[in-house]
Design a protein around this ligand. Structure first.
Ligand SMILES: C[S@@+](CC[C@H](N)C(=O)[O-])C[C@H]1O[C@@H](n2cnc3c(N)ncnc32)[C@H](O)[C@@H]1O
Length: 259
């Protein structure tokens, strides 16, 4: 019987974040904020932050960082792991579909596909909560949150990691796909062997896959954002579109002035 992976944030952090280039996302986001925000961006809210692997890199770039997650174990882990960042990094327990902040932020980011909407109503609820949390002229950036035929949601990935005395085998991929609803149960499975002691961990995220034009329609329906542009990866000369394999869809919206 596998343990719940999200209840073991240290294992999630090792299995899914330890090999990532932690500068890449804050650097790419910093360029987007400078180019497109109509206001200086000093505060960043990350939805579905998990173990907040980039929190320190945001603070180094002089942003105030707020991580939001629905899982209290993740947030307790974040508070311990990032204690040295002091008040520059805060962590909030909330559901991304229904939250409000005491003070608005200047940017909201969703990194590594954590736009976890079960259907279009959830997606609109997230867009509405984000609009409430953002100052006019501020940005929301979605990393890997829209699907394209070229980012095949049915693909599985396996890899092995050796970290100190721990050996991890990681498998990520879909368990169930509902073709009509475009929903997927996406599994993260980790088998860890630490000095002969073997433990298995699993999490399942349930979410709808949104194709680019569907997502644009949802943004239009929310009526609170200007669509700025989209790119394949953090290189802003590489707009989404055309043919060939896609790496990573990035999409930016700007909060309109309230009426
Ligand atoms: C794949 S993990 C974290 C990914 C993280 N953004 C990263 O870059 O590693 C997804 C996270 O979303 C959180 N989550 C799932 N549903 C949520 C919701 N409705 N509101 C807020 N967080 C949610 C989970 O608890 C989990 O920590």
């Amino acid at each position: 019987m596998a343990e719940d992976l999200y209840e073991h944030p240290d294992v999630y952090d090792l299995a899914c974040c330890s090999f990532r280039n932690l500068q890449e996302e804050p650097d790419g986001l910093h360029r987007l904020f400078q180019k497109f925000a109509l206001i200086p961006v000093r505060s960043v809210l990350e939805l579905g932050c998990g173990p907040a692997p980039n929190a320190g890199e945001f603070v180094i770039r002089e942003y105030n960082y707020i991580g939001l997650d629905i899982c209290s174990s993740m947030l307790e882990y974040c508070r311990r792991k990032h204690a040295a960042l002091g008040s520059a990094a805060q962590f909030i327990l909330a559901d991304m579909r229904h939250f409000s902040l005491p003070l608005p932020v200047q940017a909201v980011v969703i990194i590594a596909g954590s736009f976890l909407a079960g259907d279009a109503d959830d997606a609109l609820a997230i867009l509405n909560s984000v609009a409430r949390a953002l100052v006019p002229g501020g940005l929301v950036v979605f990393d890997s949150c829209i699907q394209c035929p070229r980012t095949d949601p049915m693909e599985s990935h396996c890899y092995e990691l050796h970290v100190g005395a721990r050996r991890l085998s990681v498998m990520t991929g879909p368990r169930q796909f509902d073709v009509a609803r475009q929903t997927v149960d996406y599994e993260l499975f980790v088998a860890m062997n630490e000095r002969g002691q073997r433990t298995q961990y699993r999490s399942i995220d349930h979410f709808q896959l949104f194709y680019p034009q569907e997502f644009r329609l949802l943004v239009e329906r929310s009526g609170q954002y200007e669509f700025l542009d989209w790119w394949d990866g953090w290189d802003l000369t590489h707009r989404l579109g055309g043919v060939g394999p896609m790496k990573r869809p990035i999409l930016a919206l700007r909060r309109l002035n309230s009426h």
